[in-house]
Write a protein that binds this ligand. Structure first.
Ligand code: IPM
Ligand code: MG
Length: 335
């Protein structure tokens, strides 16, 4: 099995280094290779997603991405973010699963990842007007909705489809398709929420949600809201899956330029993303569970600054590796 590591920008390299150690410790047979994406790639090759990086990803069994972005929003020929968008699109990983767990909160946001406002036509007209468009074909909506239904069926059986159907045509299609597909999933209870209401409800009563399925931009925004309620971006992992081919696994995101280079970023989101890679990408649920358990035990005692502690990125990563080793020795002793 082959996994591609894409450290990317900002804290990406710092957290992916720890994620790589954790992967090597829990699944030593998995081969890894590292490739540039984002700013580093632009500096080296002039493009955010070099052809060699994409080829390596396409030939792999799973891709682990750190983060990309410069924190500079001026127009340029090649933005670091474009590399990530191109990669998401090339792998056609349309279903981005973002689980959030903390106390009574246990929900998953399924964010449509390769369409909608992010990928619609955009441009500038002669009079200076700038536009972005949101478009969806019915089959693009159906395939991600089905992922939502299937996930809900394996969990608590409740799916909330989030849209802005009182305003947007794409949202009316979204709602119509969700209602039509519900007939195929009689065991799932479907409801619809407008995105503004969903944001409010997430803050007021996050424990009331099971699975949320929504458009790309809505999912981006709501997942940061959910992250804020469940420990922050430092602990939020994600899996982006298509129908075939490798999945893309990454923290819910942030290059965190304010703390980059200081070795204090929380690697939990990246290591959790490795657990999601093992489970969803490599079909190795036992190792995924071992890694999750090790991480839970470490996180209970060792905290990086975002969680109110003073542990470093590497200390947390090393502790996870040590916990995996201790578990393995315990299993041998028990056997
Ligand atoms: C995310 C991030 C990205 C996105 C940014 C970095 C472009 O916010 O994965 O949520 O909007 O998709
Ligand atoms: Mg985001």
């Amino acid at each position: 099995m082959k996994v591609v590591l894409l450290p990317g920008d900002g804290i990406g390299a710092e957290v992916v280094a720890e994620a790589g150690k954790a992967l090597a410790a829990v699944a030593p047979d998995v081969e890894t290779s590292e490739h540039p994406i984002g700013l580093e790639a632009i500096a080296r090759d002039g493009e955010a997603l070099p052809a060699a990086t994409l080829a390596a990803c396409e030939e792999s069994d799973g891709v682990l991405l750190g983060a990309v972005g410069a924190g500079d929003y001026s127009w340029s020929a090649s933005n670091p973010e474009d590399g990530m968008f191109a990669l998401r699109r090339a792998l056609d990983v349309y279903a981005n699963l973002r689980p959030f767990r903390a106390g009574a909160i246990d929900l998953v946001i399924v964010r449509e990842l390769v369409g909608g406002l992010y990928f619609g036509e955009r441009g500038t007209r002669a009079d200076g007007t700038v536009f972005d468009t949101c478009e969806y074909r019915p089959d693009e909506v159906d395939r991600v909705l089905r992922r939502g239904f299937e996930l809900a069926r394996r969990r608590r059986g409740r799916l909330t489809s989030v849209d802005k159907a009182n305003v947007l045509a794409t949202s009316r299609l979204w709602r119509e398709r969700a209602t039509a597909l519900a007939a195929d999933y009689p065991d799932v209870e479907l409801d619809h929420l407008l995105v503004d209401t969903a944001a409010m409800r997430l803050v007021e009563a996050p424990e009331s949600f099971d699975v949320i399925v929504t458009e790309n931009t809505f999912g981006d925004i709501l997942s940061d809201v959910a992250a804020a309620l469940a420990g922050g971006l430092g602990v939020a992992a994600s899996a982006s899956l298509g129908d075939a081919g490798p999945g893309l696994f990454e923290p819910v995101h942030g290059t965190a330029p304010d703390i980059a280079g200081r070795g204090v970023a929380n690697p939990t989101a990246a290591i959790r993303s490795v657990a999601m890679l093992l489970e969803h990408g490599l079909d190795r649920p036992a190792e995924a569970a071992r890694l999750d358990a090790a991480l839970n035990r470490v996180a209970a005692g060792l905290r990086t600054p975002d969680q109110g502690g003073n542990a470093t990125t590497a200390e947390l990563g090393d502790a996870v590796v040590a916990a995996l080793g201790a578990d393995a020795r315990q299993e041998l002793a028990d056997a």
